[in-house]
Design a protein around this ligand. Structure first.
Ligand code: FE
Ligand code: FE
Ligand code: ZN
Length: 277
């Protein structure tokens, strides 16, 4: 069975998201740990977290995916920005301990001029500053479009972070279809070739989640603007191939398309049907 969900608003809490997911025939979801452009997270309600764990168990959910705020940049040239990133990630991961066994995804960051190598060292240092002994969350590096000085637009850069950080098996990768296509990996013309490349450089066992997004921009545009499934430059056929691919179909899929709940419900129904046939 296809494991699929979408990005949901965390405003009403964990159980509310679980119920919303059920209402649109999803069996997982993604949420921001805090305002994507801001700082503070709201107070965590342990009962609410417990309620979600129960709901997930009763409904055989796939792991859910927490997404770090966009402002988290562990490889900024500014020391204060890096310190904020460490504090925020530590706080996020401590909160995730109320939901053990799930996943936390972050954008590796933008080095803003200091260079990829220095940036990778700083990202690994941030990860090493996490409470590694008390961590029951898989941390995921997201593949990026390679916009500006973004790190993670090349598989080799993610490999270098995996090698430099001490998290070991608790560090994985989330592949974003819009980002990799914009970055110049041709999942439309040669999906098998891209997966072979991923396997050779990173290792497919590190691939733990997929963000399903079509792209508003052409191949290798380095832009990162998501489009509804089937309405962009990637196209429905490729998504049907992705959710049915023997190397991918058991992974959890998360939609981050420009949709409200009803639009997500349509995409989930469409992909479930495509995966069943
Ligand atoms: Fe993201
Ligand atoms: Fe994404
Ligand atoms: Zn994106």
């Amino acid at each position: 069975m296809l494991h699929i969900g979408c990005h949901l608003s965390a405003a009403k809490g964990f159980v509310a998201m679980g119920r919303q997911a059920l209402a649109i025939n999803a069996d997982t979801f993604q949420f921001f740990t805090r305002n994507p452009r801001g700082g503070n997270a709201k107070v965590l309600d342990p009962q609410d977290a417990l309620g979600l764990r129960k709901l997930m168990e009763e409904n055989a959910f796939a792991p859910i995916l927490a997404h770090a705020p966009y402002t988290l940049n562990g490889c900024s040239g500014d020391e204060d920005v890096r310190a904020f990133a460490i504090r925020t990630m530590r706080d996020d991961l401590q909160r995730m301990e109320y939901l053990p066994g799930n996943m936390y995804n972050f954008h590796p960051g933008s080095h803003v001029g200091q260079g990829v190598e220095r940036g990778i060292e700083q990202i690994a240092a941030m990860l090493d500053a996490m409470p590694l002994d008390d961590l029951h969350t898989t941390v995921l590096l997201e593949t990026m479009a390679g916009k500006g000085s973004e790190i993670g637009g090349k598989f080799e850069e993610l490999r270098a972070i995996l090698d430099a950080a001490r998290l070991g098996d608790r560090l994985g990768v989330c592949l974003d279809t819009c980002h990799v296509y914009d970055a110049g990996y041709d999942i439309v013309g040669d999906l098998d070739g891209v997966l072979a490349r991923f396997d050779a450089v990173i290792g497919l066992h590190r691939l733990r989640a997929i963000h399903l997004n079509d792209s508003k921009n052409p191949f290798a545009s380095h832009k990162d603007r998501h489009e509804k499934i089937g309405r962009g430059s990637i196209g429905l056929e490729t998504f049907v191939r992705i959710v049915n691919h023997p190397l991918l179909r058991k992974l959890p899929f998360y939609l981050e398309t420009p949709n409200e709940l009803d639009g997500y419900a349509v995409e989930i129904a469409m992909l479930r049907e495509a995966a069943a046939s």
